[in-house]
Design a protein. Structure first.
Length: 239
């Protein structure tokens, strides 16, 4: 059994929440899969790595105005490195876009000790453990969902959420319904913006920056950059 403690820079109630996340064992299927990938089924190119193999904590600026909502850790990405969007092609594509507009301190995200910091942005995932075939069940998504609105409550300056893909989008909408009681109903559309009501973060949507989308041309770097340009323009106006 793999046991981890949160060892990141977040402090106070947010740190306490991340500690609860990294010690969670609520979903037996996910626990078995993440630990098997971290031990018996490590990728040959990462054979010498000490895989994280536990739920992955969130990462970023606790004063962020922008919340980045991903899907789940990759088996040999964040499940290996222990940091959201770190150590895989999705991370490579994302952090370049973040760096271009000033949300990331550098254009690469390789390991937890690579010096990357986020400015005005905070990264989460709707499921905190790596799932088989990159697909968590509806029950697993539901179990993890409360972490979303608990983190929102601990981000006092939040103005915008950007959801990566339909599953992240739908889970964020459901989390906001549970958090606020508002009858929110919205359909995912790449590049769209959604008003969730007074006092709630404005939601933007983009295709997920996974190789499945970026290698096929469904999501290009200019398209992804355009979404971030829209987000930063919105933040400039609402500040």
């Amino acid at each position: 059994m793999i046991k981890r403690d949160y060892d990141g820079p977040l402090q106070g109630p947010m740190r306490q929440l991340q500690q609860r996340i990294v010690t969670c064992r609520a979903c037996p299927r996910l626990v078995e899969f993440r630990e098997r990938k971290a031990t018996d089924e490590r990728r040959a190119s990462f054979r010498e790595w000490d895989y994280w193999g536990a739920p992955v904590p969130s990462h970023g600026d606790p004063n962020a105005r922008l919340l980045l909502v991903g899907l789940a850790p990759a088996s040999h990405g964040a499940n290996r490195t222990g940091r959201m969007f770190t150590g895989d092609p999705t991370a490579d594509f994302l952090v370049k876009a973040l760096h271009r507009v000033g949300f990331a301190s550098q254009p690469t995200s390789l390991s937890r000790d690579d010096g990357l910091t986020l400015n005005d942005a905070f990264e989460i995932a709707v499921v905190r453990c790596a799932p088989p075939n990159d697909k968590a069940t509806a029950a697993e998504q539901h179990t993890c969902r409360p972490y979303i609105f608990q983190e929102i409550d601990l981000l006092p300056n939040l103005k915008v959420a950007l959801a990566f893909g339909r599953v992240a989008f739908d889970n964020f909408i459901r989390a906001m319904r549970e958090r606020t009681g508002l009858p929110l109903r919205h359909q995912f559309k790449h590049g769209a913006r959604y008003d969730l009501g007074e006092g709630q973060p404005t939601l933007f949507a983009t295709y997920h920056p996974s190789p499945r989308n970026t290698n096929t041309g469904r999501l290009t770097a200019p398209q992804f950059n355009a979404v971030f340009d829209s987000v930063t323009a919105f933040l400039d106006v609402t500040s």
